[in-house]
Design a protein around this ligand. Structure first.
Ligand SMILES: [Zn+2]
Length: 310
């Protein structure tokens, strides 16, 4: 129902003018009816558009606004066509995009590229996709960065208790269904309360099986879940259907993106990169043009530059 496109040239052809891009975004944002982003008024009859302009007026709060207000596009002068191209690049490049590359591709400064990439990542991570996970679900954590990077996992787990973020290594927990979807996020530590809360929130009680390694943090899931473990410390990696190879491959992909593409990611921003990876993985079957429209439908909520650099 919305315009779509298979390639970047098709995207530009679909939006020959800035006005056509504004019209497209307006149609997607108001697909379920007009609303005022300033007061929330959803009575379409009480929202008007000043003729011949892109300025809308709400007759409830009596304020004027553009369609960018309250979205990731707010407070930027970048044309929407440039944003669309950025969304295409970030949403579709399998290894992610360094902000230096993005800056060159879009003809913007590196600071602008960095800012828009983070806003796009922010909207990629805000909503969970297909939660809770079902089928056979593997759960595991990994550690990114810091002085413990090359230590064994058991050493890093023990050192990740309270204040784990301060020690320079950032724990990330993830769950992947063998049916295909992944949910992952940065956590403060890998103790039992944190890990089990993550499982309860993101894995269906009716999942066929939850597979983890024997880390003590996963003890106690059994009454609620069909929990199976593999004991890596004795060299056990596969026990029938029980293994964590799928989530391990997600972690290798995450590290390749962070080290290979971005070179270094600070703990503060890591969760957005994790969200970006999960977003792309979960939509690997979705046509590229549809991914752009999907992102445009999630563009609510600006991430002010002040918040980003805080
Ligand atoms: Zn209003």
């Amino acid at each position: 129902m919305f315009k779509t496109f298979k390639t970047l040239p098709e995207l530009f052809a679909a939006f020959p003018t800035e006005q056509s891009a504004i019209d497209h975004f307006t149609a997607i944002r108001w697909a379920n009816g007009k609303f005022c982003p300033l007061c929330g008024n959803a009575d379409a009859g009480r929202i008007g558009t000043l003729s011949g302009t892109n300025t809308h007026k709400c007759y409830v709060c009596r304020q004027r606004f553009s369609i960018r207000v309250g979205t990731i596009f707010q407070d930027t002068k970048l044309p929407l066509r440039t944003w669309f191209a950025a969304i295409w690049l970030i949403g579709n490049h399998p290894k992610g995009n360094a902000s230096t590359t993005l800056a060159t591709d879009l003809g913007v400064t590196q600071k602008t590229a960095w800012f828009l990439a983070h806003r796009i990542r922010e909207s990629q991570r805000t909503k969970s996709f297909n939660a809770p996970l079902g089928g056979i679900v593997e759960v595991d954590e990994t550690f990114v960065g810091g002085k413990f990077q090359n230590k064994s996992k058991s050493v890093r787990r023990k050192g990740s208790g309270r204040g784990g973020m301060g020690s320079g290594k950032t724990p990330v927990v993830g769950a992947v269904s063998r049916d295909g979807d992944v949910i992952a996020r940065v956590v403060a530590n890998v103790d039992g309360d944190t890990l089990k809360a993550f499982v309860r929130e993101n894995v269906s009680r009716s999942a066929t099986m939850v597979v983890t390694d024997t880390w003590v943090g996963y003890k106690g899931l059994r009454p609620e879940y069909r929990h199976r473990t593999v004991n890596h410390s004795i060299g056990q990696y596969v026990k029938g259907d029980a293994h964590t190879n799928t989530i391990e491959s997600v972690w290798s992909m995450l590290k390749r993106q962070i080290i290979g593409t971005h070179h270094w990611v600070s703990a503060k921003h890591l969760d957005r990169y994790v969200g970006e990876m999960a977003y792309r993985l979960n939509r690997r079957e979705m046509p590229k043009g549809d991914r752009v429209n999907n992102m445009l439908a999630r563009a609510e909520g600006p991430l002010p530059y002040k918040v980003l650099i805080a």
